[in-house]
Design a protein. Structure first.
Length: 265
């Protein structure tokens, strides 16, 4: 898939692995200026080196977005280095794999919301003045879980629904400013997210679920995200199953529930 020129200043959260890493590399081929954000500095440095070989220019910011102060610092460092912000990609995320009744550590839910919702909210809030100056883009990596029931991932689903509600509301507030809000809903992607998910005790699952093994490639996923962002789409739902689900959830919600459960068996 070919893209238009995307030579701008982009903040990428969750840049050390998975979708964030692949997005950063693909944007670097278009000579983007990137602020790479994640907790793991060594991995971020590796991504930055690969991005710079591909033609990008990188600022490594090894900060945890679960801190509001850190999110403000991410924006400040980016502006000090590059002078502006054109695009914010809220990509950082963590999931879970457990039935609600089996959860033994309720802090899982707080941790997921801190990363998936509040981290994105804070980065968005502190970016807004600069995005208005450039008539920039806000891009959020949601999921089918932000649209449909997601059994065994109730906390993840809740966080994605919260993100979607916040950004849809913000889009209306930003009408006339030139700032676009794009929400992307991939299905399963070979990103490694399942192995990093919380189990019922709050530990990492440490194995890849079968659905991820047979999922969309990172290369295809990142290319489609970039395409949606460049076109300033409101929403992009990947795959025929997701598009069909949007139609069925109104006409046959019970069928959508049953299919959601069947997908995990």
């Amino acid at each position: 898939m070919k893209h238009a020129f995307f030579h701008n200043v982009t903040i990428m959260t969750g840049a050390s692995s998975g979708i964030g890493r692949e997005l950063a590399i693909q944007l670097s081929r278009q000579h983007a200026f990137l602020s790479l954000v994640a907790r793991r500095e060594a991995q971020l440095n590796e991504v930055a080196e690969e991005c710079e070989r591909a033609g990008g220019e990188c600022l490594v910011i090894p900060l945890d977005i679960t801190s509001q102060d850190n999110c403000q610092e991410i924006i400040s460092r980016t502006v000090r280095r590059f002078g502006k912000i054109d695009t914010l990609i809220n990509n950082a995320g963590i999931s879970m794999h457990s039935k609600v009744e089996d959860v033994q550590n309720l802090e899982i839910y707080r941790s997921i919301m801190q990363v998936n919702f509040f981290g994105g909210l804070w980065c968005t809030y502190f970016s807004l003045p600069y995005l208005k100056e450039t008539q920039g883009r806000i891009v959020a990596i949601s999921s089918y879980a932000g649209l449909f029931p997601s059994p065994f991932a109730s906390g993840y689903s809740a966080s994605k629904h919260a993100m979607v509600g916040f950004l849809n509301s913000l889009r209306v507030e930003l009408d006339g400013t030139g700032v676009s809000v794009t929400i992307v809903h991939p299905g399963w992607v070979k990103s490694g997210i399942s192995s990093r998910s919380f189990d019922a005790r709050g530990n990492s699952l440490n194995h890849t679920l079968d659905h991820e093994k047979n999922a969309m490639s990172l290369d295809e996923c990142a290319a489609r995200i970039i395409d949606a962002a460049e076109k300033r789409k409101r929403q992009e739902v990947f795959g025929s199953i997701g598009k069909l689900g949007l139609w069925l959830r109104t006409l046959a919600p019970k069928l959508v529930d049953e299919e959601s459960m069947r997908e995990l068996k």
